[in-house]
Design a binder for this molecule. Structure first.
Ligand code: ZN
Length: 121
């Protein structure tokens, strides 16, 4: 199930600034965890981010095959058939944060969203 990460840490963990309308995420392979950076619009209109449709989709688990070659970096996420898929639009580089002072995992004090293995054939 989803857990909340302090707002001042999640951008650094995901490695991107919060986007006005898009949800961003990072799959941290070392932790087998997907961190979700909700959009400004979502944050401002959703009292409990764990009820956001993107959180609910992530709770269903991701298929590692869908995320292959898109782990350990910021991605935009889309909900397709109730599951989260990574998308890499060209504008994402404008939101990516560079020169992070160390492995993102070092900043983690609480795991946000466990990538469940449910649904794997
Ligand atoms: Zn959201």
């Amino acid at each position: 199930m989803s857990e909340l990460v302090p707002a001042d840490q999640i951008e650094r963990i995901v490695g991107a600034r919060r986007h006005p309308h898009q949800h961003l995420a990072r799959a941290v392979t070392a932790e087998r965890t997907v961190y979700l950076l909700h959009s400004e619009r979502c944050r401002d209109t959703t009292p409990d981010l764990r009820t956001c449709p993107y959180s609910v989709a992530l709770d269903a688990g991701i298929d590692p095959d869908d995320w292959r070659d898109h782990e350990d970096g910021p991605v935009v996420v889309a909900i397709i058939r109730d599951r989260l898929f990574p998308v890499i639009p060209q504008w994402l580089t404008d939101y990516a944060l560079y020169a992070l002072p160390g492995p993102a995992a070092e900043w983690v004090t609480a795991a946000l969203l466990r990538a469940a293995q449910a649904g794997r054939p």
